[in-house]
Ligand binder design. Structure first.
Ligand code: BES
Ligand code: MN
Ligand code: ZN
Length: 492
């Protein structure tokens, strides 16, 4: 969807629909002016409870020539005192859902004010762009049901700095482009998004944004001793790869922020095979890598003044005569030996080699993102990603970024005692313990490979895919991680 900016008065704005926000406990001048133009219709709807202004509420009406806009969409902003940017994103998302239902593809929207105009503008753009996302590439019939948005005109106050507003719109568009890329990658099935597809995507991003991209293939991984990554992919015909994508926006001598993303293009569980029900969802097991690619794309588009390296270990976890199996002992790149007790605990294996490899980049911080454990879904549901780390400042900075952008994180402890269950009789470590504290023991395992480098781990198993729609995240892939990391990077 294209976003345009205009300083025209909402009351004189001609458009298929005009969107205005309204709080449940207070109305503003635009509401009053529209109400007057519509002969008191809006006040009546409020009095009768047809439109409450509560969050998640909306109401679309025809203006029958009483306003230049053909329709008026009222969206609820909830309580005035609770109005913040997240509420604006949600309201904008609800607005596009209502417009999609009515098949209105072009509209104008007032920038509902929650404090700062620029921040509100960005929030409305994000809610709109993310809320209007759909993934229909594999639908060949039902063309009639298809619908896509064309344009939104954002109505800004006459005295606002138009150029500044334009820049903010461009920035929001850039960030949402990164989120959409991540959503697309996660939405595509595993027979399309293979390890080669991820590598090709990284190469394309590098070409578009003048970034450096290196793909380490099997022989190179063998030479480096990345046996944990190699083991996981051994049962698949799709070759394992390590993707390294580098964006340099910072100073020549600035140590990079390294982002590591789990790229399992399909997780069958391997020889420790998963039950059949719901296994199709395991095409999303590369959501961490999608977030890393989306973030690099957005960071380069925004020209953020940081040095950033994305590292993606990618493989497909399949059972086969050649597959790795329970009882195997593997020597990871770090030299630590690992007894395989469950081939379904594959994420930590590909990540431990990638994290060890990442140390050679001398990172200022490392952040990994992974759909790592079902236990994290049990603990936090779909509302927050699990957060662990070895540096409280980094953990706090990420938490704060999550609060600001609406991708919330919840910290779990990484105490040494959690390592007890990960000791092996035959090797240095085993790759899976009991079910108890499963997200933490997975995090504890990763911690053994980061040395003294400041590091944080995000378990996005519960947040990468939504089986129900949210205001600005339709059912399916959420693209979680991109906005969070951009917000974090903006702050450093
Ligand atoms: N990819 C899964 C985790 C997952 C589960 C992601 C549900 C998204 C939704 C991961 O590789 C896995 O299978 N983890 C195991 C670990 C266990 C064997 C120690 C799990 O969580 O059951
Ligand atoms: Mn698994
Ligand atoms: Zn997995």
């Amino acid at each position: 969807m294209k976003i345009d900016i205009s300083a025209v008065n909402p009351l004189t704005c001609a458009s298929p629909a005009l969107v205005i926000g309204c709080c449940e406990d207070e109305t503003d001048e635009i509401f009053s002016a529209c109400n007057a133009a519509l002969d008191g219709c809006l006040e009546r709807m409020k009095a009768s409870g047809e439109f409450t202004g509560k969050e998640k509420s909306s109401r679309l009406i025809h203006t029958l020539g009483k306003l230049p806009a053909e329709r008026l969409l009222l969206v609820g902003l909830g309580k005035k005192s609770e109005l913040n940017e997240e509420r604006l994103r949600q309201a904008a998302g609800n607005a596009v859902q209502a417009l999609r239902g009515a098949r209105v593809g072009s509209f104008a929207s007032v920038v509902h004010r929650a404090g700062n105009l620029n921040a509100a503008l960005e929030a409305v753009c994000e809610g709109t762009l993310l809320g209007s996302y759909s993934f229909e590439q594999y639908k060949t019939r039902d063309n009639e049901a298809r619908f896509s948005f064309q344009e939104m005109t954002l109505l800004i106050p006459a005295d606002a700095d138009k150029q500044k507003c334009r820049t903010r719109v461009e920035q929001a568009t850039c960030i949402c482009g990164g989120v959409s890329l991540a959503r697309d990658l996660v939405s595509h099935p595993g027979n399309i998004v293979t390890t080669g597809y991820l590598a090709e995507t990284a190469r394309e991003l590098a070409a578009r944004h003048h970034m450096k991209c290196e793909i380490l293939e099997r022989d190179e991984l063998e030479r480096l001793g990345m046996n944990a990554l190699l083991a996981v992919g051994r049962g698949s015909v799709e070759p394992q790869r390590l993707i390294v994508l580098e964006y340099r926006g910072g100073g020549k001598n600035d140590h990079p922020v390294v982002l590591v993303g789990k790229g399992i293009t399909f997780d069958s569980g391997g020889i420790s095979i998963k039950p059949g029900a719901g296994m199709e969802e395991m095409k999303t097991d590369m959501a961490g890598s999608a977030a890393v690619l989306g973030t690099l794309s957005a960071a380069a588009g925004l020209q953020l003044p940081v040095n950033l390296i994305g590292i993606i270990p990618t493989a497909e976890n399949m059972p086969d005569g050649t597959a790795y199996k329970p009882g195997d002992v593997i020597t990871s790149m770090s030299g630590l030996t690992i007894e395989i007790t469950n081939t379904d605990a594959e994420g930590r294996l590909i990540l431990c080699d990638a994290l060890h490899y990442a140390l050679t980049c001398k990172p200022s911080v490392m952040i990994d993102l992974a759909t790592l454990t079902g236990a994290c879904v049990v603990a936090l549901g779909h509302e927050a990603s699990g957060l662990m780390g070895n540096d409280q400042r980094l953990v706090n900075a990420l938490k704060k970024a999550g609060e600001i952008c609406g991708e919330r994180l919840w910290e779990l402890p990484l105490w040494d005692c959690y390592g007890e269950g990960m000791k092996s009789d035959i090797a240095d470590l085993k790759n899976a313990g009991t079910r108890d504290g499963g997200s933490i023991t997975a995090g504890w395992f990763l911690k053994q490979f980061v040395g003294k480098t400041r590091w944080a781990h995000l378990d996005i198993a519960g947040t990468a895919w939504g089986s129900t729609a949210r205001p600005y995240s339709p059912k399916g892939a959420t693209g979680v991680g991109v906005r969070l990391l951009i917000e974090y990077l903006k702050g450093i």
